[in-house]
Structures are given as C-alpha cells and as structure tokens.
Write a protein that binds this ligand. Structure first.
Ligand SMILES: NC(=O)c1ccc[n+]([C@@H]2O[C@H](COP(=O)([O-])OP(=O)(O)OC[C@H]3O[C@@H](n4cnc5c(N)ncnc54)[C@H](OP(=O)(O)O)[C@@H]3O)[C@@H](O)[C@H]2O)c1
Length: 249
C-alpha cells in the first residue's frame, strides 16, 4: 500500500512520525513548504517533493482547513482513497473523482511536543466498508482507540475539543500575561494546572468547580475586576457570568 502525506505542518509531521514508528510504509511527504518538508524528510527518512506528487493508493491531506479543498484538486488519480484530517470539514469537501474519507486524530499537535500516539482517539469516516477496513488497519497500528464517526458527530467532537483544549490553553496564555506582569514565575501554577486536569479524570467537571464565582464571593470578584483591563477583564466577566448561570447563583 503506497501512502502519501500532504502538508508539512504539525499534523503532517506527527502523522508521518507515527507511520515511521509503527513501520507503516510512507512513499512521500508532499507540500509547498520546502524548508519544513526537508526537515521532516531528513528526520524521518521519507522522500519529499514540492512539485511531483507520487503515485499512491492513499493520500492523507494535512493542510489548513481553508486549503483542503484546493489542495485536494491536486490529486488527479481516480482509483485511490483520499482522506483529510480536519475535525469540522465533511469528506465531500474533497474535490476529485477518487474515494473520499476523513481521518481525524483528536489531539493537540505541536511539532516540538512529543506525543504518545497509542492514546490518541482516531475518528474515521469512509464511503464504503473496504476503505473503512484500510483506514482502520492503519489507525489501529498507531493507536489503541480507533472509532467510526459521521461528519455530524465529528463536528461536535471538534467543537468540544475547542472548548476543552483551545480555550483552556488561551486561558493559560492570559494567566501567564498576568503573572508575567507581576514577575511571578508561571511555574508556581503548574501543580495547580496539573491537578485541575487530573481531577476531572475522577470527578465531573461541574462538581470540580471552585473559585470566587461559584462561591458568589462578590468582594473578591470586584477586587479582581479592578486589577484587570482590556481583553482579560472581558474574559473574566464572561467566565464569571457563565459560572453563575451554570450554578444558578
Ligand atoms: N494541530 C492540531 O492540533 C490538529 C488536530 C487535529 C486535526 N487537525 C487538522 O489537521 C489539519 C492540519 O492542521 P495543522 O495543525 O497541521 O496545520 P499547520 O501546522 O498550520 O500546517 C498547515 C500546513 O498546511 C500547508 N498549507 C496551507 N495552505 C496550503 C496550500 N494552499 N497549499 C499547500 N499547502 C498548504 C502549510 O504550508 P505552509 O507552511 O507553506 O503554510 C502547512 O504545511 C487541519 O485540517 C486541522 O484542522 C489539527
């Protein structure tokens, strides 16, 4: 089975690495960013190209969501399977006469951070049983957690991930702005952050909520508002409003 990964960003890199670590053959990594492709190619020992797409049975498109449709048009072969890795796009976004699918890994990928691929949930959607078996065979070599999912369900999986990961990480960035502004080392907060995440392995998030908003501690809330300005103040007010609504305070 000849497989080509298209793209050279975070997902392309990790997927290529997962293939190599699990001895799944990769024919090529293809894209437009020669510097990034070269780096991946040298680290993982996979051929790369920016102009000649290798003939393959499977193409996995790992480019920005806004470019998936255009990039999919580069694949002119008819008798092949093409997958994208987006959480929100339907498989029908792919523009070609090939078989279409989705191969969505539910994780946050950054090139500089190593990952345990075995724990990543993969969500697969295909047009037929044969393609489902092909993608399941690959994904189960990489991960212990592979599932089928319709686009309808995947949209909500991705939306949940935005709240559970992207927004939470943004709050870490805002929190660090505050600690940096007072020369307080952000390292102090790492045990707190770790415990917050560990706790929800055992307790429902709603039951795990602490802090001034859920205690309806008006004096503390007012004090914090005086210390803040700009975007962080807006976020502070919105979050407290949401907490109070959830707990009917
Ligand atoms: N990152 C995550 O945590 C994550 C998790 C699950 C799924 N996904 C999905 O995986 C896909 C890739 O995400 P990513 O995080 O890997 O993105 P990324 O790190 O931003 O990389 C995007 C890649 O797409 C390439 N690209 C963009 N427009 C292009 C075009 N018109 N022609 C050719 N190449 C183009 C970029 O090339 P340049 O370097 O030249 O711009 C880069 O290689 C997306 O569909 C995303 O939703 C991401």
């Amino acid at each position: 089975m000849q497989t080509v990964i298209i793209g050279s960003g975070n997902v392309a890199y990790h997927l290529a690495k997962a293939f190599v670590l699990n001895t799944i053959p990769l024919a090529q990594i293809f894209g437009r960013n020669e510097e990034d492709l070269k780096e991946i190619s040298e680290e993982l020992n996979i051929p790369y190209s920016t102009d000649k797409l290798e003939d393959a049975d499977l193409y996995i498109i790992c480019v920005s969501d806004g470019s998936v449709e255009n990039v999919s048009k580069l694949i002119t072969k008819k008798n092949c399977l093409v997958a994208h890795t987006s959480g929100s796009l339907p498989k029908e976004i792919l523009e070609g006469e090939y078989r279409k699918s989705s191969f969505y890994p539910l994780q946050t990928f950054s090139k500089s951070k190593e990952l345990d691929y075995k724990k990543i949930p993969f969500f697969i959607e295909t047009e037929n049983e044969f393609d489902k078996r092909v993608l399941f065979e690959i994904a189960t070599k990489i991960s212990e957690n592979v599932m089928e999912s319709s686009h309808e369900k995947r949209k909500y999986i991705h939306l949940t991930a935005v709240f559970a990961c992207n927004f939470v990480n943004h709050l870490f960035s805002r929190a660090k702005e505050i600690s940096d502004s007072q020369q307080i080392p952000f390292d102090y907060f790492l045990p707190l952050i770790d415990e917050t995440v560990q706790k929800i392995h055992e307790i429902e998030p709603k039951s795990a909520q602490t802090g001034p908003a859920v205690r309806n501690d008006v004096r503390v809330l007012q004090l914090h508002e005086q210390l803040l300005q700009g975007e962080s103040l807006e976020i502070y007010k919105t979050m407290n409003h949401s907490i109070k609504k959830m707990y009917e305070l």
